[in-house]
Every structure is written in C-alpha cells, then in structure tokens.
Design a protein around this ligand. Structure first.
Ligand SMILES: NC(=O)c1ccc[n+]([C@@H]2O[C@H](COP(=O)([O-])OP(=O)(O)OC[C@H]3O[C@@H](n4cnc5c(N)ncnc54)[C@H](OP(=O)(O)O)[C@@H]3O)[C@@H](O)[C@H]2O)c1
Length: 255
C-alpha cells in the first residue's frame, strides 16, 4: 500500500471547490493525481482556482452549478462523466447558512432553501452517481462536509444544525447500505474554520474568543487542516473506514 495517497486515474467531484474548504480539498486531491470537477454558482472563483492549481498532476475542470437545482445537478454529473469519466470520489461540500437568529424568526422559505442546498444536493448527487459506482464494481468514496453544528446545536443556527445533523444520518445510512459494494461514506465535521462562510463568527471578537476558550487547542482552524482528512478518506488508506463522522475542531466537541 502506498504511503502517500495516490489517486492517479481517479475522478473526483467537489461541490463548492472554488474557495474555502472545498478549494483546499481540491488542491489535495489534484496533487495526489485525481482529475477533479469543481462546481458551484460562480464561475469566476472556479476558474481562478483551476488556473491557480493548473500545474498539479490532476486536471481541474470548473463547471457552473447551483446545487439546489435538480436539473443543474443532472447536467453536472452528465458533463463530469463526458469530460472525465465516471465519478470515484464525491465530496458534498457546498452549503448555505441563512436564517441565523432566534428559531421563531426562521420561516418555511428558509427551511426549504436550507434543505435544498445542504441536504437534497447530497441526496440527489448520490442517486445520480452511486448506480454507476455499483455497476463498475470499483468501489468509491463519498465525503460529506457536515459540521460540529450537526453534533451540537449552534446558538441561533437552528436550520444549519438541523440540516447538518440530517447529513450525518444520511452518511451512516448510506454507509450501511453501500458497504457491500465497497463504497465508503464518511462525514467530516469541521469546527470553526477561517473562511468567508464563517466570517460572521470569527470576525466578531466576542464570539471568536468564546470559540477559542471552548477549544482545547485554543484557536480556530484553517481550510487546509480539513483537507488532509478528506484526502485520507478519499484514498485506499481509509479502505476499512466507513460510516464515520470525524471532527476537525481542535478538540471543541471532545470536552
Ligand atoms: N467555515 C466553517 O467554520 C465551517 C465549519 C463547519 C462546517 N463548514 C462547512 O464547510 C463547507 C464549506 O464551507 P466553507 O467554510 O469552505 O465556506 P465558503 O468558503 O463560503 O464556501 C462555500 C462554498 O459553497 C458554495 N455554494 C454555496 N451555495 C451554493 C449553491 N447554492 N450551489 C452551489 N454551490 C454553492 C460556494 O460557491 P458559490 O458561491 O460559487 O456558489 C462556495 O464554494 C460547508 O459545507 C460548510 O457548512 C464550514
């Protein structure tokens, strides 16, 4: 077994691969030799990432896709298969976090949008991609980027916590069912990571300090610190690992 994961010949699809955690994961997968489609709404971020990582061994193809739209997901998978071949590694990373605030201030439109983008996208992509994995009998790795907020309620984050908790149970249920096909399904639960997504938390001095004090390692994390685990889970190094939720949170959920 290789000591450094080798993903040469593998095809990966990373949603939200143009910035933050998804970008860091894209770097690690393409550096290990995988050809990667990165997909999200804004082509300019995706194209900039593809340009920045152009010298890596794996090819990176940017494709526009709103993951909350069923037809766009169908088109994405069709384009991925045409350009690179069937998907071996799926990283469900795109997410949104609207409706921060008191629970009773959240309405049904917010609920629907959070479910569409944070849960249904993964549900739909698995339904679009896994049948070909089963047919090819080559196994596969699905990595769902959840959150510590799916393990503990995030204050003022009812819908975010609810959708991330849902993603965790999808992870375990899929793992149970797809294990016989050597398709592994795992989730990563990041703690507070310094990206655009969580700016409202880490730029607020008080909330940032609260996080740091509640975290044994005493600091917030960086996207690259999540990406190493994704590379491990994508590779054969994790051949006996499935159905797991792994926190990358500086110990936040351990205490
Ligand atoms: N940062 C944290 O503290 C933290 C903690 C725990 C979990 N997470 C999780 O980590 C994942 C990545 O977040 P991040 O921190 O890296 O945030 P980020 O830098 O803001 O990235 C979010 C990504 O999601 C994409 N996205 C958002 N809505 C989309 C949609 N409707 N369709 C397609 N793509 C969409 C964005 O691309 P476009 O704008 O181009 O669509 C962007 O690439 C998320 O699942 C998040 O819940 C983050």
């Amino acid at each position: 077994m290789a000591i450094i994961p080798n993903l040469q010949g593998k095809v990966a699809l990373v949603t939200g691969g143009g910035r933050g955690i998804g970008k860091a994961i894209t770097y690690r997968l393409a550096a290990a030799g995988a050809n990667v489609v990165i997909a999200s709404r804004k082509m300019e971020n995706l194209e900039a990432t593809a340009r920045e990582f152009a010298a890596l061994p794996g090819k990176i193809i940017p494709l526009a896709c709103h993951v909350g739209r069923k037809e766009q997901l169908e088109h994405l998978v069709e384009q991925t298969e045409t350009r690179l071949g069937p998907v071996d590694i799926l990283v469900n990373n795109s997410a949104t976090n609207i409706g921060q605030g008191p629970a009773l201030n959240t309405d049904e439109d917010m609920l629907d949008k959070m479910i569409e983008v944070n849960i249904k996208s993964a549900f739909r992509l698995v339904r679009l991609i896994v049948p070909a994995m089963i047919e090819r009998k080559c196994g596969g790795s699905i990595i769902n980027i959840a959150s510590v907020a799916g393990l503990r309620p995030q204050p003022g984050g009812l819908l975010y916590s609810f959708t991330k908790a849902g993603l965790l149970m999808l992870t375990r249920s899929w793992a149970q069912e797809f294990g016989k096909y050597r398709i592994r399904v795992n989730a990563i639960a990041p703690g507070l990571i310094q990206t655009d997504f969580s700016e409202f938390l880490w730029q607020d001095e008080t909330r940032r300090r609260q996080f740091e004090q509640a975290t044994p390692l005493g600091r917030i994390g960086q996207a690259e610190e999540v990406a190493g685990l994704a590379l491990y889970l994508a590779s054969d190094e994790a051949a006996f690992v499935t159905g797991q939720v792994m926190a990358v949170d500086g110990g936040f959920t351990a205490v």
